[in-house]
Design a protein around this ligand. Structure first.
Ligand code: 13P
Length: 255
């Protein structure tokens, strides 16, 4: 059985004070959620304060990125043990915004995944194609390269401790969501890649989130798809009620 994992990626939004308030609102709204794993990812700056708000709640803490080195001359970066110290559970790795604007590659994704796992945090590995890649018939080639790159050198046990987020770049922040069918097809293909790498048992146990303009209006349809096991939510995660409007339909779905 796979867990439904729904995480709010707050991106570069909310001051520390606003983050604390939103985290408290999410904790209150999610208090009766039992079956869905709920996580929120504020900015680095707000992580420590938000960690205090989440203590004792059923909401997990996620970071938006990490560096793979332990420490040193890496201006602007944060290491995995710094995240671990304040109680981070999940780390988003390889987001398309990191790939597009900040030079993230499949190789750096792989290094970050290994580092995060070495400290018992769970990587949320983001993959997804651009519109040009999809239109050019390269969807499967892109996903294959990204999955193989991210999982290079990972054992089956390590693979079991990962989450994937399939986020078609053309659907991120655009209001254009992949249709239920488009998303399901891509998810099934990603799972087939995991089957090739690790066999069916492992592949069937890894949660694959959908991300890209997911909102309360389309969440139930997407989450009902056989291979869609949650969501990575941007804009709609910036208000507790719309975020919970995505989480709640997941409560009654079994994978
Ligand atoms: P939106 O939900 O705003 O499209 O963002 C999705 C995303 O990038 C989550 O990581």
């Amino acid at each position: 059985m796979r867990k439904i994992v729904i995480a709010g990626n707050w991106k570069m939004n909310k001051t520390v004070a606003e983050s604390v308030k939103l985290a408290a609102d999410v904790v209150a709204a999610a208090k009766d959620i039992k079956n869905v794993v709920v996580a929120i990812a504020p900015t680095y700056l707000a992580l420590a304060k938000v960690a205090e708000v989440l203590k004792g709640s059923n909401v997990k803490l996620a970071a938006q990125d990490v560096h793979w080195e332990n420490q040193g001359a890496f201006t602007g970066k944060v290491s995995a043990d710094m995240l671990k110290e304040i109680g981070v559970d999940f780390v988003i790795i390889g987001h398309s915004e990191q790939r597009t604007h900040f030079g993230e590659t499949d190789e750096t994704v792989n290094k970050k995944v290994k580092k995060v796992q070495s400290l018992d945090m769970t990587p949320i590995i983001c993959i997804g194609e651009t519109l040009a890649e999809r239109k050019g018939g390269r969807l499967e080639a892109v996903l294959t390269t990204q999955v193989n790159g991210a999982y290079a050198g990972l054992s089956a046990d390590e693979a079991l401790r990962t989450v994937i987020a399939y986020e078609p770049v053309w659907a991120i922040g655009t209001g254009v969501t992949a249709s239920d069918d488009e998303a399901q097809q891509a998810h099934a293909f990603v799972r087939s890649l995991l089957t090739k790498l690790y066999g069916d048992n492992v592949a069937q146990s890894i949660s694959i989130q959908y991300g890209g303009s997911m909102k309360p209006e389309n969440a139930a349809g997407l989450l009902a798809q056989r291979d869609i096991d949650g969501g990575l939510i941007g804009g709609a995660a910036l208000k507790a009620d719309s975020f919970l409007g995505i989480v709640t339909p997941g409560e009654s779905i079994k994978k």
